[in-house]
Design a protein around this ligand. Structure first.
Ligand code: BG6
Length: 255
């Protein structure tokens, strides 16, 4: 046998990096579609990667979702997290409280022994409400902080699943179907080519802001998300991907 033969998952990681054309991929064993605790394993891997970065006085923006809740579960303190601030990436996106970005952000900060700020904005803002909210002093300050986030940790969802989970209107669900949306992240919906086909109106991080971030970690697994992950990565955002074996294998079969 070859001495430095790579393990099965290392091999998968190499193949996936090449197939998706991204610089870094981490794969944990299992499939989170079948075994929910695999999300915690992805969480552990994401936290491990985060810790390799210089974190002192950084702003870390996080999204909601059950996967990010798994990341929050695995967060641990570290000596270089002085002055590090956790913030939610965007305002209300129609999630249950335990899966909201605000909740996850507060939990991460608590577990990391550092600070957080919360964004209190209702879901589904009208144009008028949106315009007046962004002028509110408290909101305006925080928005600047959020948009300056050097680090972003986010989930990726399957488009239809997310639209239904958010109890989107029939109009929105129709639009998502007609435009063949397959992926969702940050309240943006993408088609197979990674083009934005719909966007939930809320304040916070915009897709363009990600270009300025120094570290973007996408955490998403389960074979049911394979197409969504692939589509999202076509946006050209330089994300590091933390995923599971289920998604990785489905992705490689599909490419
Ligand atoms: C949402 C995020 O809260 O969770 C989305 O706003 C993300 O960007 C989604 O796609 C993922 O959810 P889950 O539960 O599949 O991790």
């Amino acid at each position: 046998p070859v001495m430095n033969e790579v393990s099965g998952l290392d091999n998968l990681e190499e193949r996936l990096k090449e197939a998706l054309n991204i610089p870094e991929v981490f794969i944990v064993p299992g499939d989170s579609d079948d075994t929910p605790w695999v999300k915690k394993e992805m969480g552990r891997a994401a936290v491990g990667r985060l810790k390799k970065f210089q974190l002192t006085r950084r702003v870390i923006a996080v999204t909601g979702g059950t996967t990010l809740a798994g990341v929050a579960d695995m967060m641990i303190p570290s000596s270089d997290m002085e002055g590090t601030l956790f913030v939610p990436a965007r305002g209300g996106l129609g999630e249950q409280v335990e899966n909201q970005a605000n909740t996850i952000c507060a939990k991460m900060a608590r577990k990391a022994h550092t600070d957080y700020r919360l964004l209190h904005v209702p879901d589904q803002l009208s144009e008028e409400a949106y315009q007046s909210l962004i002028e509110e002093p408290g909101v305006k300050d925080l928005l600047e902080i959020i948009k300056s986030a050097g680090i972003v940790i986010h989930g990726i969802g399957e488009a239809k699943t997310m639209a239904q989970r958010r109890k989107s209107t029939l109009d929105v669900i129709d639009k998502i179907e007609q435009e063949h949306a397959v992926a969702e992240a940050f309240g943006y919906y993408f088609n197979q080519s990674g083009e934005v086909v719909h966007k939930v109106k809320t304040i916070g991080l915009q897709l363009e802001d990600l270009e300025r971030s120094e570290l973007v970690i996408a955490v998403a697994g389960g074979r049911s998300k394979a197409k969504a992950i692939e589509a999202y990565l076509k946006t050209g955002i330089q994300s590091i991907l933390v995923t599971d074996e289920g998604a990785a294998k489905a992705l490689l079969e599909g490419t």
